[in-house]
Each structure stands twice: as structure tokens, then as C-alpha cells.
Ligand binder design. Structure first.
Ligand code: AMP
Ligand code: MG
Length: 417
């Protein structure tokens, strides 16, 4: 079972910075150790458990990069060259004749270079005569249009590192090595529940003062995208004892527990107290907007994260607290979020010492430069603000205001997955 060490934690000061929170997570969370082998069809998104050392070079043999005519570089001249065409070598050809001096051989993309040949003329650049000779123009360098064995990957090199989160192109590399399976960490098991007396599940009847639980489905979808096995534990009412029991119960059978709602300081916010009653708190309240109240703790070695209830706050804090925790638990190398610089097309004032995320849409300005337009309304409860925008502008702690034309860092929603 994944463990979060619960030796004394430093929680001093009222608000923890995002970077401190991420560092604490990285230091405290230990990854699952169990591995499994999966076929290539199921490898995308999985976390590689061991380095993959190239069992063969790529390309495995020297071959032509184009359809054309293979020649010896030594035969090239500074004038037009007329050579007899002898032989033909196709992709996949099992055996072939060596290329005689002052001869050309018809060759196709991916076909092995015949012995003696080291240069290929593209078929578009040559002319054939009726006698079966090819007229080659001057100017081609010896070695042109050939892909030497091993130019892509050298046999024996660590081609993929343990901790990589496999992407389609990584799967392609594994396949190119002729491997049929990869050894990956097992998926982490994450329990998700919502808290709040006002919440009912979609598909059940809603009282007049109730609303449907949306966070749980957003959080489960986000977790699934990160490769987690998700357990839906439903809704728990605002009751500290019930919450504590649910947390304690889930801790025994999951690697991570995720809740939303009930982490503020109101009298009906019981998550923090519930965590403290059955485990210990690692962090609570971060210098981040939206999303300040975030609780992270440990119950029987299992991390628990309580996100704020407002959907936008839940979404933003998921990206900065849950995402790194999931990767640490899953055995992935840190997946740092790198905001892309782009131009702000909005005014914004913010508090110093607090990280803020602004929901923005992208558009191309009159001068053709990409710019970020702020969603017109601020509320952290508005799902429409996440739906009608493309991502978040990250305003770091020291920034106090943004004016149109300033360069800001942008995180697309796609980059958060
Ligand atoms: P809380 O953090 O419990 O004070 O909740 C803050 C706001 O978020 C309240 O308006 C809640 O109704 C709303 N909220 C809490 N949990 C959810 C949820 N699971 N889905 C949608 N809205 C929620
Ligand atoms: Mg609540």
C-alpha cells in the first residue's frame, strides 16, 4: 500500500505557498511498488516501472530515405553523370546484389542499401533514357538520402526511463524494439466522495434547496485521465463523525482519498476536524486563489486530500495538489507544469504573496499574436467559466497587477491532464 510518512510535519504560518505544498507532497508521498506487465494496446498513460534499454538499433539496418537510385558516393562527379541501372531493391527485400562501381540501382524508401552504395538520388531529380541508363545531375553530396543504422536510437542506450508516463510515441518506440509488453506500476486506487447536506446525486430526486453533485464526477474524470482506478464513494453529509468513519474506512483499501467541500472554517465544515480525529493533518489552507481552503492529511498511511467545494476552486487545486500527489503515488517522475508565455489582453489586480489563476480564452490579436482574454466573471462557483475558456493564466506570488500587453504564463486545460 502506498504510504505517506506521518513524521512531524511543519505546518506553521496560516497559508502555505503552492511550491511549499508541492515540495511537502514530493517529500512525503511514497509510490506504490507493485508492478504488472501490460500489452502495447494498454500501455498508453501507464507509468514505466523500469528503464527500457534498446535491444536493437533503430533503424536496424542502413536504408534509403527516398524512392530513387542508389549509387556509390565515389562515383559522383561535378558534371551530369550517366550510369547504367542494374538491379532493383524494394522495401523488405531479403537479399540483393552488391552495387558495382559506376552503376546505379533502383531503390525504394525503407529498402536496405545494397553493399557498396552509400548515396541515393531522388527519383524526381533524375532522367531515364531508353537504354536503361539514369542521368544524374551534379551537386548531390555523398551519403545523401540514406538513413544509417542506429542514427535514431543506438542499441544499448536507455531509451525510456523508469517513471515515464507513456505516451503514444513512447509506445511506438517500444513496438519498434519488437517488444510486446511493458512493465508498469500498478494503477493507484483513489476513493472519491463529496460532502454537503445540500448535495444529491444525479439521477435521484432533488429537494428545492438541493443541488446535484457535480464535483465528484469532475474529479473522477480528472483522476481517470491521470490513470487512476477510481472508486465512487458517493456523498457524505456534513457530520464529523460520519465523515471520520468514511475516511478511516476508505484509508484501509485505497492509496488516496479525495473529497470536496467542507474544508472552510464554517461551523458546517467538518473535513479538517474529521481528518484530525482519525489521522494527522499535513497541510491546510494554501496561498492560492481560487481554492484557498485545501486540507491534506494522512490516515493510516494513506494520504487524504480535501478540496474546496466550489467547482472552480476544486478544479484549480486538483491541478496543484492532487495531480502531483497522484504522480508521486503512481511512481511517475514529477510532471512539472510549464506555463507558456503569451500576451495578456486584460487588466487584473491581485494580492502579493498569493498565487492566482485566471480563467482565460485564447484569441489571435490584430497583429497575429496569440493573446489571453479573461473570462468576464469571477465567481469560483461558475462551471460555465471552465467550459467557455481554454485554460488558466498563472500569476505568481510576486505579481500584483497585469495590464494588457504584459506577458503572462498560460496553462491549457489539456496540459493539466
Ligand atoms: P463548501 O466548500 O462545502 O463550503 O462548499 C462551497 C460551495 O460549493 C457551496 O456552494 C457548495 O454547495 C458547493 N459544492 C460543494 N460540493 C459540491 C459538489 N460536490 N458539487 C457541486 N457543488 C458543490
Ligand atoms: Mg459544504
Amino acid at each position: 500500500m502506498a504510504q505517506l510518512s506521518d513524521d512531524c510535519f511543519a505546518f506553521n504560518g496560516p497559508l502555505m505557498s503552492v511550491d511549499d505544498a508541492v515540495a511537502i507532497i514530493a517529500a512525503r508521498v511514497a509510490s506504490v511498488v507493485e508492478t504488472e506487465n501490460v500489452g502495447l494496446l494498454h500501455a498508453d498513460g501507464r507509468i514505466l516501472a523500469a528503464d527500457i534499454v534498446a535491444p536493437l538499433s533503430l533503424p536496424p539496418f542502413t536504408n534509403s530515405a527516398v524512392d530513387g537510385y542508389a549509387v556509390r558516393g565515389a562515383d559522383l562527379s561535378s558534371a551530369d553523370l550517366l550510369l547504367p541501372v542494374s538491379g532493383r531493391v524494394q522495401a523488405g527485400a531479403a537479399s540483393m546484389q552488391p552495387l558495382a562501381a559506376r552503376h546505379a540501382m533502383r531503390i525504394f524508401t525503407g529498402a536496405p542499401m545494397p553493399e557498396g552504395a552509400d548515396t541515393v538520388f531522388m527519383q524526381e531529380d533524375v532522367q531515364l533514357d531508353d537504354a536503361g541508363n539514369v542521368l544524374l545531375p551534379p551537386g548531390l553530396k555523398a551519403g545523401a538520402n540514406v538513413r544509417p543504422a542506429g542514427e535514431d536510437v543506438a542499441r544499448g542506450m536507455a531509451a525510456l526511463r523508469a517513471g515515464s508516463r507513456l505516451r503514444p510515441q513512447d509506445v511506438a518506440l517500444v513496438a519498434a524494439f519488437g517488444l510486446t509488453e511493458v512493465q508498469v506500476r500498478r494503477r493507484i486506487r483513489v476513493a472519491v466522495f463529496s460532502t454537503g447536506n445540500e448535495l444529491v446525486s444525479p439521477g435521484t430526486s432533488r429537494g428545492t434547496a438541493q443541488q446535484f453533485d457535480s464535483n465528484r464526477f469532475m474529479l473522477m474524470a480528472l483522476l481517470s485521465r491521470l490513470g487512476c482506478d477510481v472508486a465512487d464513494l458517493g456523498i457524505i453529509t456534513d457530520d464529523r463523525v460520519l465523515l471520520a468513519a468514511a475516511l478511516k474506512d476508505a484509508a484501509g483499501t485505497h492509496d488516496l482519498i479525495l473529497t470536496s467541500g467542507g474544508v472552510s472554517t464554517g461551523e458546517e465544515d467538518h473535513v479538517k476536524a474529521a481528518v484530525e480525529s482519525v489521522g494527522s493533518l499535513v497541510l491546510w489552507r494554501m496561498a492560492i486563489k481560487p481554492g484557498r481552503p485545501v486540507a491534506m492529511g494522512i490516515i493510516d498511511g494513506t494520504p487524504v486530500i480535501g478540496l474546496p467545494g466550489n467547482p472552480v476552486a476544486s478544479f484549480v487545486t486538483f491541478a496543484h495538489v492532487v495531480r502531483p500527489t497522484v504522480f508521486a503515488l503512481a511512481g511517475a517522475s514529477p510532471q512539472t507544469l510549464l506555463p507558456m508565455p503569451l500576451r495578456a489582453a486584460f487588466n487584473y489586480r491581485k494580492k502579493i504573496d498569493r498565487r492566482e489563476y485566471v480563467r482565460v480564452s485564447l484569441r489571435t490579436g490584430n497583429d497575429g499574436v496569440l493573446e489571453a482574454v479573461k473570462f468576464p466573471r469571477e465567481g469560483a462557483g461558475m462551471l460555465s467559466s471552465l467550459i467557455e475558456t481554454d485554460g488558466l493564466v498563472e500569476l505568481r506570488e510576486q505579481v500584483t497587477d497585469v495590464s494588457p500587453g504584459d506577458v503572462v504564463g498560460f496553462l491549457s486545460y489539456a496540459s493539466l491532464g
